[in-house]
Write a protein that binds this ligand. Structure first.
Ligand code: PHE
Length: 456
């Protein structure tokens, strides 16, 4: 359940609808589902196997299994920082929306009521000070939970909180679907449109869906490995993998069912970018009348819980790796001091991304990305996480082989279901698919414009 809490977060809530919107709707959805089955499942299972076998964080796990692969662990460590750099900002946005809706319950002038949702959002994200403050608050929250030893508490809470979030999402789906003009959103999500592949190039849709999948299921950087290192030998790893993926995917699709209808109903652009969730949701809350502010507050409260339970997973990867390395060097682990230092680095990165104000700053930009959020996002989910998964699938598929997996999976009399399928995925499908994902991400990253691939 803790792993489900870490998987469900802003990836599903914020990332999925916006990336689906920018990548042709239906086409993205279908590719996403295919990739989750053929790549996501095997990679997640692989991480659970490795983590439970070694009982260690990501760097030491690889180090134990194959010395040469230790760098894959370090890539996970770096991914953790790249993710935190923008995740803390988005978490901060959610706290801002939670408080703004809360103010509205009392009719305070600091709320968002009566303001145009698009203008309110633009006013907030382009204000570097306000945005940085909320980013730091979110990072502090993450740090305090990890240091205060109440991690177990928040994870137990998220066992209740996730189902509550699902209920709130269901209410919002009903509201969104009954808005005038909502049907166009459903069409966008479910009506096949081959021209979307032609317009964008299928490789772009493929790689965007692939990156999003790594991010949303939390795979390729060792988070699930780290969680699995605490897992009981009785647990059925196959069942765990299937459950995590299904729950995570269902929440993502449900968020699409809110955002897409709302986007069309309120005359927004589906390809509107990273602000899509915040603006469209606020429109929905405002359409709910006086109850809207309360509902908005409640919804964002649970979104913040989901986001924190994901950011502690990222932070865990980073701190465990650092502490493990201290231990290897014979130093005292010193968990608290290490956590504070690493949180400081993450907060500085977060402030930088916030100050970029979704590209409204005059900051120089790396590669072809319009915002620093997207740059960090691509570095993690577009490059390092797929690469991490690629090396892991090669290690498990070819070097360690099925015997290694079988030993761990069949602990305590559990059965290795889908054995052949898993091995084909690890040996062939995942590596091949990931190479395409990386290829497409490079295309987008450096604006290479691999023209011919557009016409497949
Ligand atoms: N899967 C999480 C989400 O959807 C993000 C995450 C990625 C968490 C990697 C931990 C590790 O928000």
């Amino acid at each position: 359940m803790a792993a489900v809490g870490s998987a469900v977060g802003l990836g599903n809530i914020w990332g999925f609808p916006y990336k689906m919107g920018s990548n042709g709707g239906f086409n993205f959805l279908v590719v996403y589902l295919v990739l989750a089955v053929f790549i996501g499942f095997a990679i997640l299972l692989g991480e659970l196997v490795i983590g439970r076998y070694t009982g260690k964080g990501v760097v030491l796990s690889y180090n134990m299994l194959a010395k040469k692969y230790t760098f894959v662990g370090w890539m996970g460590f770096l991914s953790g920082f790249c993710l935190l750099a923008f995740y803390t900002m988005l978490g901060g946005y959610c706290i801002r929306y939670m408080t703004a809706n809360f103010m509205d319950i009392f009719g305070s002038k600091y709320g968002v009521a009566g303001r145009n949702p698009g203008d309110f959002f633009a006013g907030f994200f382009s204000d570097p000070v306000a945005s940085s403050i909320f980013t730091v608050i979110f990072m502090l929250l993450t740090l305090l939970i990890v240091m205060g030893g109440i991690r177990g508490g928040i994870e137990r809470f998220s066992v209740v909180a996730m189902p509550v979030l699902v209920v709130l999402i269901l209410v919002l789906i009903v509201k969104a679907l009954t808005l005038p003009g909502a049907f166009a959103g459903l069409e966008f999500m479910f009506k096949p449109r081959m021209d979307a592949f032609r317009d964008m190039g299928w490789i772009k849709v493929f790689s965007a869906a692939g990156g999003q999948m790594f991010f949303s299921i939390s795979i390729g950087m060792g988070a699930m490995m780290t969680y699995s290192s605490y897992l009981n030998k009785k647990e059925d790893l196959i069942k765990n993998s299937v459950f995590i993926i299904i729950f995570d995917t269902v929440v993502a699709i449900m968020m699409g069912l809110i955002v897409m209808p709302a986007v069309f109903a309120f005359g927004m652009e589906p390809g509107g970018g990273p602000g899509l969730l915040f603006v469209s949701l606020q429109h929905v809350f405002q359409s709910m009348g006086t109850f809207g502010a309360f509902f908005g507050f409640l919804f964002y409260f649970f979104v913040v819980v989901a986001a924190v339970s994901s950011s502690i997973a990222m932070f865990e990867v980073v701190t465990t790796s650092a502490i493990n390395m201290r231990e290897v060097k014979g130093k005292a682990p010193n968990r608290k001091a290490t956590a504070v230092k690493l949180a400081l680095v993450a907060a500085v990165l977060g402030i930088f991304v916030s100050a970029d104000g979704l590209g409204t700053s005059k900051f120089p930009h790396l590669f072809a990305q319009p915002t620093w959020l997207e740059t960090f996002d691509l570095l993690a989910e577009g490059i390092m996480m797929p690469l991490g998964a690629l090396f892991m699938s090669l290690l498990l598929g070819w070097k360690l082989g099925p015997e290694f997996l079988r030993d761990e999976i069949t602990e305590n009399g559990n059965v290795w279901r889908f054995e052949k399928f898993t091995m084909i995925c690890l040996r062939v499908l995942a590596p091949a698919g990931i190479i395409f994902i990386l290829f497409g991400q490079m295309d987008g990253f450096f604006n290479l414009n691999f023209g011919p691939f557009k016409f497949f």
